[in-house]
Design a binder for this molecule. Structure first.
Ligand code: ZN
Length: 156
């Protein structure tokens, strides 16, 4: 059974601030990675997040999960191929910075490639809130946090 994982928290946490490493495509099917993905999906819902990146549970791997309208999805070794020049402001919070919120300007649309948990490669175009979530989670695997991009952030 999947289990809830403890979260790494704090704007200066060294794992949250490190650039994460790719997962070898040969390792995607491994029990270790499959268990990690299942645990991350469970943890994401337990913590009431719409996305969760591996550094947030203490692993510097290029992997995040997102609760989409089509169910929970895992994104492994994602690459942002294109970001629209058009941007919009949106309020963001983060499970790693509980109680804090900030307005962040993000591209309205992005194109991203990634491997799913079965090792299949996809290229998708995302817009609106989904595009925002992908950009937020992608920042995590680069060692970034939304507060780096926010004009201001405030406590709840
Ligand atoms: Zn976050």
């Amino acid at each position: 059974m999947p289990q809830n994982l403890p979260l790494t928290r704090g704007k200066d946490h060294p794992i949250l601030r490190a650039k994460s490493k790719n997962i070898s495509t040969a390792d995607i099917a491994s029990e270790e990675i499959q268990t990690l993905i299942a645990d991350m999906k469970k943890t994401m819902h337990h913590e009431r997040g719409v996305g969760l990146a591996a550094p947030q549970i203490g692993e510097n791997l290029r992997l995040f999960t997102v609760a989409t309208k089509d169910g929970d999805k895992a994104f492994l070794n994602p690459k942002i191929l294109w970001r629209s020049i058009g941007k919009e402001d949106g309020e963001e919070g983060c499970l790693s910075l509980p109680g804090w919120w900030g307005a962040v300007k993000r591209s309205k649309n992005v194109r991203m490639s990634y491997y799913d948990e079965k090792g299949k490669k996809h290229t998708i175009k995302a817009k609106g809130f989904f595009a925002r979530v992908l950009q937020h989670e992608y920042d995590h695997i680069e060692g970034g946090l939304y507060i780096d991009r926010a004009d201001e952030y405030h406590e709840e």
